[in-house]
Design a binder for this molecule. Sequence first.
Ligand SMILES: *[C@@H]1O[C@H](CO)[C@@H](O)[C@H](O)[C@H]1NC(C)=O
Ligand SMILES: *[C@@H]1O[C@H](CO)[C@@H](O)[C@H](O)[C@H]1NC(C)=O
Ligand SMILES: *[C@@H]1O[C@H](CO)[C@@H](O)[C@H](O)[C@H]1NC(C)=O
Length: 333
Amino acid sequence: MVSGVLLDKVDEVPSWGVTFQKWGRTIYNSEDGTFIGRTCMQWFQLLVFYICFYVGLAVFFGVGLFLFLHQLSSLTPKYVVEDSLLGDTPGMGFAPKITDDGTDLLWVNGTCTEKNCSCTGKNDCCCYSGEEEYIKTLTDFMKPYKNAQQTADTFVACRNDRESSEEEVCKVPISDLGPCGIDPTFGYSTKSPCVALKLNKMISWLPHPYTDVDQVPANVTDFYNNVLKTKFELDPSMIYITCTGQNDADNEHMGPIMLHPKTIPKYYFPYRNTPGYLSPLVMVQFLNPQTGIVINVRCSAWAKNLKPDTSSSTFKATTSFRLLVSTEKSQYF
Ligand SMILES: *[C@@H]1O[C@H](CO)[C@@H](O)[C@H](O)[C@H]1NC(C)=O
Ligand SMILES: *[C@@H]1O[C@H](CO)[C@@H](O)[C@H](O)[C@H]1NC(C)=O
Ligand SMILES: *[C@@H]1O[C@H](CO)[C@@H](O)[C@H](O)[C@H]1NC(C)=O
């Protein structure tokens, strides 16, 4: 019985010949004159439609791309300085910054007494493990500034009467950085650490230095007269730099400092995204900071259009960090 049912079913299956005929008619139906369901005319219309559609799409895309690229310059962004979202005042940065730390603390191992040694970041001499990071970070930061890196024809020794052209960049002479440019440990092995300061690059931004001594805030004149102990004299081609403690106690603990160089010449600006451009640096060196205490330092840049604003959260033209000379770092975290 079971086999009978199966045989009935098998009989209902159409023969191979009929199946092929059906398929054949789907591909080419001679009665309707259609080929895969469409007549020649319908196929032609479909082809014309898709050609027009894709050509239209390509033209639309091409015009959009052309307009977009036309608006862009490869070197200068469309919106600069006041027009851009970044605003018209560059920020200030410092190095070495140990980013893994997540802090702005610069730590110098205060137990180092041996001053006559030259170590290169290895765990020898008077370099201890903690300082290595700072020395290495600053060494990496300084790499593009090495004299050997500033030899291309585009590097020019700028002066007030010799600015760089669009293709040129001004040299940043290492010799201007004083001991901070010579000592491979940047003073970290001799308890007189150097911190590099720079204004962040802002395309097309031009400083407007003070042109009259009356315009110069007391923050600047007091700093040059009393901290650097060099009588303040106005140079209208310079941006001025100050580094002070955040309060009176910090000022006391900070001890004597030096700036190498003392000002930033305006010929380094504007930054035009010229390949090889180096931001001008100022090294602040702490000659004899108090040991065993965290010193809060704020450094600022000053010009008519650089008004360090410490109240706002943006910290324009100003930066702050903490310096600690101590045998123990951990207790300050
Ligand atoms: C600081 O230097 C001393 C003297 O060698 C050393 O014993 C100590 O481990 C160093 N501290 C740190 C945190 O590396
Ligand atoms: C360092 O030591 C060497 C040899 O001991 C000596 O010739 C040199 O004058 C010393 N340098 C300083 C800065 O003390
Ligand atoms: C400038 O000096 C004033 C008065 O001493 C002080 O309140 C202000 O914080 C200083 N500004 C900066 C950026 O150091």
